[in-house]
Every structure is written in C-alpha cells, then in structure tokens.
Design a protein around this ligand. Structure first.
Ligand code: H79
Length: 412
C-alpha cells in the first residue's frame, strides 16, 4: 500500500521523529465523560453527539471554561522529556469549539470564555523556543455547532444544510487563518475524510498555498489511498500486522478515551507503550500518543508519569528508534528490530535466561555488538551457520526493551 507521497523533503523531520504528542482538549474536558450525573460510555470528546446535547446547552460550557493551570511551556517541556518531537493539538474538534482566537466565529476560547487567553498562541510561542514542532488537529467535516457542518441532526435539519457553504466559507478560511496566525504549523491533522476527493484536493491546496512545508495526514482523503495527503493514517489505535511501505502513523490513546474522562483509569503500562513505540518503528511508522488535559489545564498525572518514563527509556535507547527504518525482521521470540545505514538494532523484550541471545537467519556481516546503554563495551559474539549468538549479561539491563546495536559491514 505504497502512498503516492507528495513531498519527500519536507517529510524528513517527521520520518526521523517517530514519536509525537496528540492533545485532545476542549469544552468536552469539562463534563469529562459525565452528563446529568451519569457516565457516558465511549470517548469523552463525543459527549455532545452521544447525548445529543443541544447547541444552546453545550455552548454554556464555554462560560465555565477557565483552565488557569494551563502552562504551554510545561506541556512543551513534558513533550521534550518524553522524547516526543512534535505536538498535534485540537484547534477544533467535532464539537466545533475553537481552541484559538478565530476571526470567523466568536465560539472560541478567547471570545467565549472567562479564560480570555489563546492557548494555541502560547503553545506556538513555547514550541518556537524548543525543538518540538507544532501541528493542529482540525475537524473539517464534522462540526456539530455550525448549522451547515456535518453530524448534528438534532438541532439542524439535514435538508437545510449547505455543506459547501460551511466548507468554502468557514473551513478553508479557518485553515488559512491557523496556518497564518501560528506560523510555522508543521502539520495539519484532518479527521474522518472529506466528503469528496475534489474538496479534499481543495483543502490540501489551501494548506500548500499558505505553507508548502506543512505536512498533511491521511484522513483528509476520503478513500485514504489516493495520495492527496503526505502520509497514511492508520485507524485509531491500529498497528498494522506487518511492515508497511511508505510513511504512516498510528494515532493512539493511553487509556480508552481521547478527551479527558474523570473515571477512565485503564492506563496502558509504560512497558506496553514502549513496546508499541518500538513495534511501530519496527514497521516503519510514527506513533502519535494522546494526552487528554483536564478542564483546569492539567495533563493527568498517570500520563505525565508514563511519558517521563518513556523519555528516560528513549534517553538510553532512542538511537534504536529515531531516524530508523524497519530492521531485517519484524518479530522474533525475543523481540523486534530496526536499522539505519550502518547498524541493526535488536530490541530484546524477552531476555535470554542463559546469557546467550540467539539470532537466526541474520544475513549480515556483523563487525561489532554492544548494548546501547553501554556503548564502550563490546559484547562477544559468534556466528555459526547462519545463527548469530551474542553473549549478554545474565539480567536484562531493561526488562521492557534493551537495545543491542550491531555494527554491520558496509555492503552497499
Ligand atoms: O479525535 C479522535 C476521535 O474523536 C476521532 N478520531 C480520533 C483521533 C474520531 N472521529 N470519528 N471517529 C473517531 C469514529 C468514531 C466512532 C465512534 Fe461512535 C464514536 C464510536 C463511538 C463514538 C459514532 C458515534 C459511532 C457510534 C457513536
């Protein structure tokens, strides 16, 4: 499923990045999964739709949105600590509320809330003083607030809707506005597909015209494989079984929701998250891992802890992730592999109990082997038939994933 990639050069930072932070934050963070005292099952950012909350009533949430604990610098430094190279945040999700000051609607965080600050401007500012790039999620098709947007048939009669009016008169100007106002926007993340390929192309052209370097994700594109985008978007939390040619990304949650839900404690362990990052890298992809900040502007502590632990792991073993490509094999009993031009990285997740790591059918000339956390000390190894056997310490330096670097002879 090779994508017809439009921009090779602009993609290079993203290819190297491998790991980004997704942020779902909006009015839905206030009810946090509860409506009229009851839990609403499913993802928190869908609450307006699931409860068919009338626009007038949902709008009232804005009067109470005052996330005074929001600190853009802290979020960006958390991303840095986690080893994440970019942030993609909801500028507008399906509920239609704009998390930035827009000239095209007053239904935005600056004009409609007591908070009276523009968190997107603050984030853009914080990112500009860091290595972390900024991207925006923008719901281009669903908009439950706009009378001509798709999805809300409890307030608006579908027959009265004029989607082109919404798309041409509102979506395109807002996308232009975002790209202009928060320049540079490194990535635009659209969702669920645009109704027609023509509209997807037009929207792509709006982005290209404002900033040719902005990367566009796969969900701008209705069939998702006609090459209107710059990379393929997998389904939510979907990791493909095998390696995939071309550029792709898995957007994923740390628990079972994108927007904050007060009662969702079903957190994946740090080990599981590291395994997912490595699995995605080993298949050539990019991991966009979500946090759902609270109505106060806090990133939930369980997320912070996991992200910091991932960052500590990446601090030691990141060379086996960033800038890598799929390795010589997708999966072995002990773990996975990635590679770059002169090294293969073995991600050992099931440590051998006898101090011997056996790697069969590795058709490469190995010159040197060492643990990435201890590069000065080479590991002894020998090759018999086509089996490589490496002498490794008895206990795993990291029981979740220890990376062994194999320097390979330049065969090119
Ligand atoms: O932003 C996150 C989701 O809100 C968004 N994509 C990720 C990144 C998304 N948009 N659409 N979908 C996901 C598909 C949604 C399906 C469902 Fe439902 C929403 C299943 C349950 C709630 C729609 C409403 C189908 C049943 C009820």
């Amino acid at each position: 499923m090779k994508k017809d990639v439009e921009q090779n050069e602009q993609m290079s930072w993203w290819r190297n990045a491998k790991f980004g932070m997704f942020v779902h934050w909006g009015l839905y963070s206030i009810p946090a999964g509860m409506w009229n005292g009851e839990r609403v099952p499913g993802a928190g950012e869908w609450i307006m739709y699931k409860e068919q909350i009338p626009v007038d009533e949902y709008e009232e949430l804005a009067n109470r949105f005052n996330p005074v604990e929001f600190d853009a610098k802290e979020w960006v430094s958390l991303a840095e600590d986690a080893g994440m190279k970019y942030i993609v945040i909801t500028a507008k999700h399906h509920d239609g509320f704009c998390m930035y000051q827009s000239d095209h609607t007053e239904y935005n965080i600056v004009d409609a809330t007591p908070f009276d600050r523009d968190p997107m401007a603050e984030l853009a500012d914080a990112c500009s003083g860091s290595e972390v790039r900024l991207g925006f999620y923008y719901s281009q098709t669903l908009d439950w607030h706009h009378p001509d947007g798709a999805g809300n048939d409890w307030d608006y009669d579908a027959e009265d809707k004029n989607f082109s009016e919404y798309f041409d008169g509102y979506v395109k100007p807002q996308v232009r506005e975002l790209l202009n106002k928060y320049d540079p926007v490194s990535l635009m993340w659209f969702d669920i597909g645009t109704p027609s390929p023509e509209q997807a192309r037009e929207l792509r052209d709006v982005v290209r015209k404002e900033n040719p370097e902005t990367i566009i994700n796969g969900r701008i594109d209705p069939p998702w494989d006609s090459g209107i985008c710059d990379y393929e978007s997998m389904g939510d939390n979907e990791i493909p079984d095998e390696k995939v040619e071309g550029d792709w990304q898995t957007p994923a949650t740390m628990n079972d929701t994108w927007g904050y839900e007060s009662y969702d404690h079903n957190w994946k362990s740090t080990g599981d998250l590291i395994h997912k990052l490595v699995e995605i890298a080993s298949k050539g992809g990019n991991y966009l891992l979500n946090v759902g900040p609270t109505k106060e502007g806090w990133i939930p502590q369980p997320s912070v802890r996991r992200l910091k632990e991932m960052g500590e792991w990446l601090e030691k073993y990141g060379e086996g992730v960033y800038g890598t490509e799929p390795g010589p094999f997708v999966e072995r009993a002990f773990g996975r592999s990635t590679r770059d031009d002169d090294k293969i990285y073995l991600h050992v997740q099931a440590w051998p109990s006898d101090g011997k790591l056996e790697v069969e059918n590795l058709d490469e000339d190995i010159e040197n082997a060492y643990l990435l956390n201890d590069p000065k000390n080479s590991l002894d190894f020998n090759v018999k038939d086509s089996e490589l056997v490496i002498d490794v310490p008895e206990t795993a330096p990291d029981s979740r994933d220890t990376v062994i670097a194999l320097e390979v002879c330049d065969s090119a």
